[in-house]
Design a protein around this ligand. Structure first.
Ligand code: ARG
Length: 538
């Protein structure tokens, strides 16, 4: 029986002095003796801080963002009818769940930070892992964060200047998006706990909001009156399945819309190494989060359809605001606009947290310049804060920021800043719909290959210890459906697909360049590449 830690040692023999390199939890000593002393060598356990509940709020907080409040039109306008739209939402949810369950198996068998990167490296070799990181660091993480922050900006501006305002200068939205991005990055730089607490709080808000939408929708449908006192019978006006489209391409595009709302289910896998008990908690997190999210999305959609006529839904990018305004009037629209922007803010916060870890792992492995694999502000990892003199005030401040022993700014700051910079770039130049499709095609390519890897690994290494095993049908279903989606994209958006392929291929020379540099440094220094900060390109 082999374990993941042998694997990390075998795969990266030169980094054996660094334990599992960047895949270990943040803050774990990179060599037995850290300059600050304190922790003693090798006590990885102490750095594993994430619990079941943290994992749950991380993944739910990331999944519920913009999509459920703004994609419904993309789904229903493509498939034509309310009933078919609900079917798409269920299918998208189940697909995401099968993907997440497959990732849970991989995460349990290989409990390291880095997500797909480590799984691909294990199954197909380090190049495959690198190519994932290449695309994830440059496109997937910042691209999706840019989309979420643009939508956050749009809703926030709507809430301020009037929800039903027709045209808003996009630069106003974008400025708000950039400010939000900076705030979230700053939170995540201060302390890991602060980021996690913000998540916990916003997760509750999101569930309350979705539950609120559902309940009001049902009340309106039963009484036949909106809260403004208007008579309303929208749900009687639909014929739930007439006008359903039978064009497969339409269904594929609708599915992409639904999948965007469910996306982010792989994100706990980026931080598996930071769980106290990953093999128990990761599957538990996924099997609570996914059904909860699916249920609340389907119910919210039912509520939209109960209250709004289908052509209103089809024609609106801001369904939630239309819903609020129909049921409660302008105040309702305003409240919902605020809720949606808060929800996006939460998703942005979670995605920033995991993106920081992803870039950090890449930095530790030499895929990106080493500076991005550093923790804290200084040149070397700092000693522990408990060893510094602490005034009463600083203790209180730390307590309130949720910082126990690691010290403030004991986070992958450089990684977070890199992620912010790229995201900001996408925000400024990007346009929503191109970003979404490019994101979908690139993202599902890697999900597909990773889950295929799970099947291959079952055959290649039947004895690998797998604390959690899904039914083999789970990855098979996931692979079949995502292959269908990808093949549709090839026909529907050949140019974008080509762009994705070209981008992945462009990563190959970069891989050989980075790896050569890294291995030279490691050979020379024999310590995993400690070097002065000014030689950051090494
Ligand atoms: N599902 C989220 C939403 O509805 C988007 C998640 C973006 N994905 C990611 N990996 N950050 O807004």
């Amino acid at each position: 029986v082999s374990s993941a830690f042998d694997f990390a040692g075998n795969l990266f023999p030169l980094s054996s002095t660094t334990g599992t390199g960047g895949y270990a939890p943040i803050g774990a000593p990179t060599s037995a003796a850290r300059p600050g002393g304190g922790l003693g060598g090798g006590s990885l356990e102490k750095h594993k801080t994430l619990t079941y509940l943290n994992g749950l709020s991380l993944i739910v907080g990331l999944i519920i963002g913009s999509g459920i409040f703004s994609s419904p039109s993309q789904v229903s306008s493509k498939v034509g009818s309310a009933g078919a739209a609900l079917v798409v939402w269920v299918v998208a949810g189940i697909l995401a769940w099968t993907g997440a369950a497959s990732y849970a198996e991989l995460g349990g068998a290989i409990p390291l930070n880095g997500g797909s990167q480590v799984y691909l490296a294990k199954t197909f070799g380090e190049l495959a892992g690198f190519l994932f990181t290449w695309v994830a660091v440059l496109v997937l993480k910042p691209g999706s964060a840019a989309i979420v922050s643009i939508i956050m900006g749009e809703y926030f501006v709507r809430a301020i200047i009037g929800a039903e305002a027709e045209t808003i200068n996009p630069w106003v939205n974008k400025s708000v998006a950039l400010v939000g991005l900076a705030v979230v990055t700053f939170f995540n730089c201060i302390s890991t706990r602060l980021g996690t607490r913000v998540n916990d709080l916003l997760m509750i808000l999101k569930f309350v909001a979705l539950l609120g939408v559902t309940v009001t929708g049902i009340v309106v449908a039963i009484t036949g009156y909106t809260f403004k006192g208007e008579k309303d019978v929208a749900w009687k006006a639909h014929d739930w399945f007439s006008d359903t489209s039978f064009d497969l391409s339409n269904w594929a595009v609708a599915l992409y819309g639904g999948l965007w709302a469910f996306d982010g289910w792989d994100n706990t896998n980026y931080v598996v190494g930071e769980f106290r008990n990953p093999s128990r908690d990761l599957p538990r997190v996924i099997h609570t989060a996914m059904p909860l999210v699916i249920l609340s999305y389907v119910l919210a959609n039912v509520a939209y359809f109960l209250v709004l006529p289908i052509d209103v839904i089809n024609g609106s990018n801001t369904v939630a605001v239309a819903f609020g305004s129909k049921v409660f009037g302008p105040i309702g629209a305003l409240v919902l606009a605020l809720v949606v922007s808060a929800s996006c803010f939460g998703a942005l916060n979670s995605t920033t947290f995991t993106a920081g870890r992803l870039v950090y792992v890449a930095g530790k492995e030499g895929y990106v310049p080493a500076v991005f694999g550093r923790i804290g502000v200084g040149n070397e990892d700092r000693g522990l804060s408990t060893q510094r003199t602490q005034s009463w005030f600083s203790k209180k401040l730390r307590g309130c920021l949720g910082d126990d022993d690691m010290g403030l700014f004991y986070t992958p700051i450089y990684a977070l800043i890199l992620n912010m910079a790229i995201t900001a770039g996408y925000c400024i130049v990007g346009e929503f719909s191109t970003l979404v499709t490019f994101y979908g095609v690139a993202g599902y390519t890697f999900y597909f290959v990773t889950v295929l890897g799970l099947i291959i690994l079952r055959v290649k290494e039947p004895h690998l210890e797998r604390p959690y095993k899904t039914w083999i049908t789970t990855p098979i279903i996931f692979c079949c459906v995502s292959l269908f989606l990808l093949s549709r994209a090839v026909f529907a958006q050949p140019l974008q697909t080509l762009a994705v392929v070209a981008f992945v291929i462009a990563g190959i020379p970069v891989y050989f360049w980075r790896i050569r540099g890294r291995d030279q440094v490691r050979k020379r220094e024999g310590d995993g590449g400690a070097r002065p900060w000014w030689r950051f390109w090494k």
